[in-house]
Design a protein around this ligand. Structure first.
Ligand code: NAP
Ligand code: ZN
Ligand code: ZN
Length: 347
């Protein structure tokens, strides 16, 4: 077994504290990764606080992992020592169901093996995430980081990046399409960059004007503060695609009214409580309300290569792990520009 240092929540809502644990020795198809950076996703906060239910402790969060390969199993063919790699939200899946065979492992009918707060396919080993210094992952669930991208500014792509790329591509964002991104946090800011690179007209909805200059720099064509009266009403029927990244409940009906005929709003933010939905918000313009969950391995690699090609990196604030609890408080207040990334050297 490999001794690993990490930070864990020992019980629901507990602050993250140093935690020593072990990972398996690399098997035939495994790679051992020396973690260099791990982004802090809002999901980590929902999970540590058991906001969605189902959390198991002690929990080492973290699923936006980048680092370098330091050892490979004897049958590994895709990676070698020294390669720049990443790991996202899952580390395994059944590999035999239709979604797995179609590269949609996130919808594995047996359930994907989440990078943390999950259980390995042996049915009992608990997974622990990237707020740690090493991880062992099957090569088929490891991503390659393009040579021109930096590991700190790339780590949030492993969750935030693919979570926005997948619906933008699925619902055909591109030239001539009016795309609105709701919430300019970790997910939202990378969504602006990707939607812009895809050639769409991009509008940002944020709760104040504080992030307007940043949004423009990221590629937004228009910016609206939802706290200003009449904002949503004035945009009725305008958008082809809205992506809602907000982590708290939002007024879905008002946002849906901004969709043009046949427009779609995709929910990617996951509030902890349910939100009301009126049928009139949908039927008027034959509108759709949809959801999307991260992306499969093939598409995640495609997203990383796309970001490499377009030089897209995240706006990050790199912190030592000792500041993680403070960072959580700032994320809850939407006071992050635009992703905290843990420097694993500090662990
Ligand atoms: P984040 O960095 O905290 O960003 C969320 C943004 O939502 C904030 O920056 C803020 O933007 C806005 N917001 C937050 N509270 C709000 C409120 N009460 N009213 C209005 N706006 C509010 O979080 P994130 O990491 O991007 O994650 C966002 C959500 O997506 C979380 O629920 C997370 O669990 C979920 N998620 C889903 C997937 C998936 O696969 N579907 C993957 C990853 C994460 P402004 O300051 O611009 O208003
Ligand atoms: Zn995430
Ligand atoms: Zn499967």
């Amino acid at each position: 077994m490999i001794p690993v240092k990490g930070f864990a929540a020992e019980r629901v809502g507990a602050p993250l504290e140093p935690y020593a644990f072990q990972r398996r020795d690399p098997g035939d198809y495994d790679v051992l990764i020396d973690i260099q950076y791990c982004g802090i996703c809002h999901t980590d906060i929902h999970q540590v606080t058991n906001g969605w239910g189902g959390s198991v402790y002690p929990m080492v969060p973290g699923h936006e992992i980048t680092g370098t390969v330091s050892k490979v199993g004897p049958k590994v063919t895709r990676y070698k020592i020294g390669d720049k790699v990443g790991v996202g939200c899952f580390v395994d899946s059944c590999r035999t169901c239709e979604p797995c065979k179609n590269g949609l492992e996130q919808f594995c009918s047996g359930g994907m093996v989440a990078t943390y707060n999950g259980v390995e396919r042996d049915g009992h080993t608990r997974t622990q995430g990237g707020y740690s210094n090493k991880i062992v992952v099957d090569e088929n669930y490891v991503l390659r980081i393009p040579a021109n991208l930096h590991l700190d500014r790339t780590s949030p792509l492993l969750c935030a990046g693919i979570t926005l790329y997948s619906p933008l591509v699925h619902w055909r964002a591109g030239p001539g399409k009016k795309v609105g991104i709701i919430g300019l946090g970790g997910l939202g800011h990378i969504g602006v960059k990707i939607a812009h690179a895809l050639g769409s007209e991009v509008t940002v909805f944020s709760h104040s004007r504080a992030k307007e200059i940043d949004a423009t720099r990221m590629g937004a064509d228009r910016f609206y503060a939802t706290s200003e009266q009449g904002t949503l009403e004035n945009l009725k029927g305008y958008f082809d695609l809205l992506i809602n990244t907000v982590s708290s409940p939002t007024d879905l009906n008002s946002y849906l009214e901004m969709l043009a005929l046949d427009g779609t709003m995709v929910l990617v933010g996951i509030p902890e409580t349910e939100v009301p939905l009126g049928a009139f918000s949908l039927i008027g313009g034959r509108r759709s309300l949809a959801g999307s969950l991260i992306g499969g391995i093939k598409e995640t690699q495609e997203m990383l290569d796309f970001c490499g090609k377009h030089n897209i990196e995240c706006d990050v604030e790199v912190i030592p792990i000792q500041k993680v609890n403070e960072a959580y408080q700032r994320i809850i207040k939407s006071d992050v520009r635009y992703r905290f990334v843990i420097d694993s050297k500090s662990i």
